[in-house]
Design a protein around this ligand. Sequence first.
Ligand SMILES: Cc1cc2nc3c(=O)[nH]c(=O)nc-3n(C[C@H](O)[C@H](O)[C@H](O)COP(=O)(O)O)c2cc1C
Length: 314
Amino acid sequence: MKIYFAPLEGITGYIFRNAYEEIYGSVDKYFAPFISPAEKCPITPREKKDITSENNKGINLVPQILTCKSEFFIEASKELQAMGYKEVNLNLGCPSGTVCAKGKGAGFLPETLALQRFLDDIYSYAESEDLKISIKTRLGYYDPDEFYDLVDIFNSVPISELIIHPRIRADFYKGVPRKEYFAYALQHCKCPLVYNGNVYTAQDYDELVSQFDRSLDPVMLGRGLISDPSLADKLKGNTSETDFTKLKKLHDTVYHEYQKIMSPDINVLYKMRELWTYWQTLFGDNSRDIKKLLKAKKYAEYEAIVYGGLLTEH
Ligand SMILES: Cc1cc2nc3c(=O)[nH]c(=O)nc-3n(C[C@H](O)[C@H](O)[C@H](O)COP(=O)(O)O)c2cc1C
């Protein structure tokens, strides 16, 4: 089966991707966090650094574009093609207030006429260039029933893969995904589909498979794969246990690589805190240590906790 790593802005940048690929490597495709093209600046130097091939050796990466202007999408695609990319992904799911207020991400979904025109433009460009465009979408903005019209729109263009996160914008990342709408997509969408949302364990995946009565292959994993980096190995049947030796290696690699490009201590520790908010579920009995670790302001404090037991006990 194929496993896709969901884009998680602030987490799955090139440092994390490289560490993950080297230590675990059970992911077939990584989606980079979105780039947001602007007039005369399709991709900023900072965005380029994340997706340049030198920083992504051996990684099957798909860059993602967040925009509601077809000319911006095409300009960014041109730069990405020049960098060697053959597939780009359109973000139609971001729920953030500032993004949606500009009519981008999930904020583009209710503008069905504009969306149709946008898709017509970018797919006619893609066809002339032999470029694949996949889409990552939510069900709608206000109401999940918006999805029925969206499916008709999606069926009118040659989407290489449609990744569906079955929530509406107002759900953000909370609550139970609205799986019945993915079932509708399975029946009515013409293009290949990818399910995304709340797969944290192999059991979650098995339940989805029995609910949809078909194997979900590929499947896209986000928070579940951060929370338990062994999840991809588990779904592929390579192990049934969380591997703490690998987790320690992942931690150490990410921690040291961030130190090379960031300072002072607190900035690196902010990055590590974010990871620990996901990892803490793996360390149920050590919640006091994790609380202390999440407050550490200096490397010495942080390392005393992490290497004084938390990651060395296993
Ligand atoms: C911190 C964070 C950052 C995210 N950044 C992006 C992003 O840049 N592009 C995108 O399409 N989705 C983004 N997402 C959504 C995830 O890719 C994914 O669709 C969502 O987390 C649901 O899948 P999961 O339950 O497997 O995590 C982000 C989600 C989170 C929690």
